[in-house]
Design a protein around this ligand. Sequence first.
Ligand code: SAH
Ligand code: SF4
Ligand code: F3S
Length: 480
Amino acid sequence: MSQQLFTLDYLDTPPTAVAGAEPAQDVRVSPATRTGRQRKLYIESYGCQMNFSDSEIVSSILFDEGFDTTEQLADADLVLLNTCSIREKAEQTVRMRLSQINSHKKRNPGMLVGVLGCMAERLKSKFLEEEKLVDLVVGPDAYRDLPNLIREVDGGQKAVNVLLSRDETYADITPVRLNSNGITAFVSIMRGCDNMCSFCVVPFTRGRERSRDAHSIEQECRDLVAQGYKEVTLLGQNVDSYKWASEDGTEHVNFAQLLERVARISPELRVRFSTSHPKDITDEVLYTMGRYENICKYIHLPAQSGNSRILKLMNRTYDRAWYEERVQAIRRILGPECAISTDMISGFCSETEEEHQDTLSLIDWVQYDMAYMFFYSERPGTLAARKLEDDIPLDVKKRRLQEIIDLQQKSSFARNQQAVGKVHRVLVENFSKRSQEHLSGRNSQNQVVIFPKKHYKKGDYVNVFVHTGTGGSLLGDAVE
Ligand code: SAH
Ligand code: SF4
Ligand code: F3S
């Protein structure tokens, strides 16, 4: 969901040790809002886009409770870490960060520290025992309770709420957009996950799948358009199983229909979505994408493995032939230009060298535009942890991962080369990181395009002729 080309688990940068004030990379820190509220909230978010989105909901709830956000840890009255449990490394990163924050708290005992998100849900009150300086532990479905919990903490107690819900979607809460470029925004359309992929902790930390009221999604998108936003990404762990019905039962909306409703809000609004599950993505969704120019031609379709036996052990409920058929459907209905990306896991329980080769051959066959790649990390409580042996040595997992990365790099490069010599419609999001004379945006396929700015500005749609494809981005010139 982020724009980086590769995610290397073993390159996850640990928090720097400098004075205990620097957050790790791949972390979102709340920017400052200065509306004269009494107390200051510093919130750091780890993990996936859904967590980043939740931090915007938390900020909104606490804004109404008298908290401005700050980007300075030292200024904060309340420090919240919105945490991720997906791999062991993610949890280690948060623990290191907590110990840095705790040394701040020793110097500033009035500062309250809370843990939110998936680690809070996984470890529950154990957190308070393990990390004595944490005051507050709140799971992903309990954020409405934050004002009460903070009052308890103000009264000198520790507070925990990790109840999961079957219906909480925070539908009525307008997120405070943090780290926003004012052009692109994420809109959560569902929560939780009902799939039980054997490696995955998410069903345990996020609870049952539930879909948000379609009208509230449309309204949020309309409001974003009114504020000048040009792109929304509809978010869920498995968007293709979105399913909402009105209380009186007269209205039923599936994901294809929701996509269409959002796409019709304005032809100037780009629509993206993530994540699609290979077992659920329908031709109806693909045809809907084809009918609307403003639905971006980019599908994140995580395969996890290219081998059917491993996919079965992973409980992904599709096999390689099914996955290949879905890719062919994308190519047939949307053409070869539609970008496809994936997530891959190396070294899952009992994976042989031949089975690993199947993952490589799938990457070669699909020619993914982009991939997030990880080595398997056993998570306590998951089906795999209970039933399967984590028997692939770390060095083998890492070597296989490196082979996957090397091959994917070639594939990304080849896909970038295919974009050269063509004109792309680019939505400008920002200045280029390297130069204020260049703008940076993305085409429909989610490729980053950099070009000399001339008279163009953030939020413009610009036709750009691409002359060079590098590893990570495309370089070009605006055509009038
Ligand atoms: N709902 C999304 C994935 C969410 S988690 C989907 O079904 O595709 C993001 C990615 O993290 C997963 O796709 C998987 O590749 C990776 N992941 C999840 N659990 C993992 C584990 N235990 N070890 C290594 N990678 C894992
Ligand atoms: Fe995890 Fe599978 Fe659900 Fe994705 S679909 S969140 S990998 S259980
Ligand atoms: Fe997301 Fe990490 Fe939780 S990936 S759903 S924050 S475990």
